[in-house]
Design a protein around this ligand. Structure first.
Ligand code: AMP
Ligand code: ZN
Length: 116
């Protein structure tokens, strides 16, 4: 369920502080410590999953829930109209650095037409 060496497990368990924006029974959402755009939030399941590649059938509802939490946060943070991205890095080529699944919610500035 939880990895004692995982920084996002520790944040979810409140053992490490974060700028928490949302919490429910399944996820926490907090401000990224090194924001890339004005609105940069991480949506993180409370259960330890290593990343997209660690998901199984049992996580289908969790992923749908994360999408809806992202939608709600985008509205609450005032970027639903201007636009936003939800991004997941999976593995070395994608630049994943924290191996606990997290969705980046990015907005508040134009991000251009290119994906990478
Ligand atoms: P990635 O694994 O590439 O999707 O990125 C991990 C993200 O976690 C980066 O954007 C980091 O800035 C962010 N991050 C790492 N440690 C913390 C922390 N303690 N609190 C908030 N964000 C963090
Ligand atoms: Zn973890």
């Amino acid at each position: 369920m939880s990895d004692p060496n995982c920084i996002f497990c520790k944040i979810a368990a409140k053992q490490i502080p974060s700028a928490l924006l949302h919490e429910d029974n399944l996820v926490v959402a907090f401000k990224d410590i090194a924001p890339q755009v004005p609105v940069h939030v991480l949506i993180v399941p409370k259960v330890h999953v290593s990343g997209l590649d660690g998901l199984g059938e049992e996580h289908k509802d969790l992923v749908g829930h994360i999408a809806l939490v992202g939608q709600k946060l985008a509205r609450d943070l005032g970027v639903a109209e201007s636009g936003y991205r939800m991004v997941v890095h999976c593995g070395p080529d994608a630049g994943q650095t924290v191996f606990h699944l997290h969705f980046h919610l990015l907005g508040g500035a134009p991000m251009g037409g290119k994906m990478v």
